[in-house]
Structures are given as C-alpha cells and as structure tokens.
Write a protein that binds this ligand. Structure first.
Ligand SMILES: Cc1cc2nc3c(=O)[nH]c(=O)nc-3n(C[C@H](O)[C@H](O)[C@H](O)COP(=O)(O)O)c2cc1C
Length: 205
C-alpha cells in the first residue's frame, strides 16, 4: 500500500509537519511512504527577498513529485501553507497540471487528505483545508480528515492548530514558531489514520 505525501513549504513549517505525517503513516505495517515536493514557481531573487532561500536549499534533496507517482499511490496526503485563506500558488499550479489524470479518472477512489499552516491563528486554516478538498473531490478521491479521536485538537490550554478537516500549525506573524508537540502529534495521527484506511480499502486478498 503506497502513501504519497506531496507538499510545498516556503519556510519549513509544512515540511516539518510532512515529516510527522510520514512518521505516522510509516507506523502502519505494509505502508510504503514517500515525500515529494511540488515545483517552486518563484524566482530565486524573490525567494531571497522573502528570506526563504536557505530553507529552500535545505529541501533541495526532496524529489519533485511526478504525475505518475500520483497515479501509482493508494493515498495522497497534501500539505500546503495558507495564502490569503487558500492553498499557496505553487500547489495550485501543480494541481492545475493534473488535468490529464482527471481525464483518465486516475485518482478516483484513492484516499486524499490535507494538512496546512498559517501565520496567524485564525488566518484561514479551515478555509484552506476545505477549499483544497474541493479539488480532491473533483478527482473522485475519498476525503479523510483528522477525527476527534485525536483528542489533542480539543485542548484549549495552549494555542494549537488542528481541526476535523486536517492537521495544521501556526507559524506566527514573524514565522518563528515551529510546529508544537501537539501539532506534530496531530500530523502523525492523520498520517496513520490515512494509511490505516488505505490499507482497509486496498489490502490485496
Ligand atoms: C503571500 C502570502 C500570503 C499569506 N496569507 C496568509 C493568510 O491569509 N493567513 C495567514 O494566517 N497567514 C498567511 N501567510 C503566512 C503563511 O501561511 C506562513 O508563512 C506559512 O504557513 C508558513 O509555512 P511554511 O514555512 O511551510 O511555508 C501568508 C504568507 C504569504 C507569503
């Protein structure tokens, strides 16, 4: 059973979450889990001005996702930061290139799931997750979120991401806050949950 994690991360928050998702999915027996990034669309000059060049270089070893990998996966877990309450343009551009897969129905019946990150606590995590789901539904994917079985999403003793729609982290206005233990636990839970469901759906008799 193959789980593909496809992400974009400018400053590393989504990448850290993706690693936790990978840990969770990888804890399911028989799961083959891979992390892939989507192509960058910003010129190096702009990345430099945004203070993101070093982080981008540190992720350069992660292979860029190929369309065939999406088609070959049993489950795809997408990670994208919020941009004005929606997914980032890099992920949108990647998804907009999946028309060929859509035409063949190549993703129909596969498990799809999403996690996100935002600068502020109420800056659009839920809208990003839910609007992302729309694209996955057009592809015929079976949407899996983060159930309340992950009790960490009910806590109010600390500021935390995480909703029934998917794991999330809050980077802070200055981007200095990295995913908390609770947010990483949510990402691990979601990874495991997706892999368990995909195992039930795709287990070979
Ligand atoms: C153009 C742009 C738009 C953004 N829009 C939002 C937003 O609507 N709400 C919010 O809370 N954060 C917003 N942010 C902050 C990003 O979501 C944040 O930097 C990101 O989640 C960090 O994750 P990353 O390090 O994986 O890229 C925006 C950032 C940029 C550059």
């Amino acid at each position: 059973m193959n789980v593909l994690i496809v992400y974009y991360s400018l400053y590393g928050h989504i990448y850290r979450m993706a690693e936790a998702v990978q840990e969770g999915a990888g804890s399911v027996v028989g799961a083959d889990v891979r992390i892939r990034r989507v192509p960058e669309t910003l010129p190096e000059e702009v990345l430099k001005k945004m203070g993101a060049l070093e982080v981008q270089k540190s992720m350069a070893h992660v292979p860029v996702c190929q369309m065939e990998e999406l088609a070959a996966a049993d489950a795809v877990i997408f990670g994208a930061p919020t941009r004005f309450g929606n997914m980032c343009g890099q992920m949108r551009q990647f998804l907009d290139a999946t028309g060929g897969l859509w035409a063949k129905g190549a993703l129909v019946g596969k498990v799809g799931s999403v996690f996100t990150s935002s600068g502020t606590q109420h800056g659009g995590q839920e809208s990003t997750l839910l609007t992302f789901h729309v694209t996955l539904l057009h592809h015929g994917m079976v949407i899996v979120g983060l159930p309340y079985a992950f009790a960490g999403q009910t806590r109010i003793d600390e500021i935390t991401g995480g909703s029934p729609y998917g794991a999330s982290t809050i980077a802070g206005g200055d981007g200095k806050r990295m995913p908390s233990e609770n947010e990483l636990a949510a990402a691990r839970f979601q990874g495991r949950h997706v892999a368990e469901i995909a195992t039930k759906l795709f287990r070979k008799a």
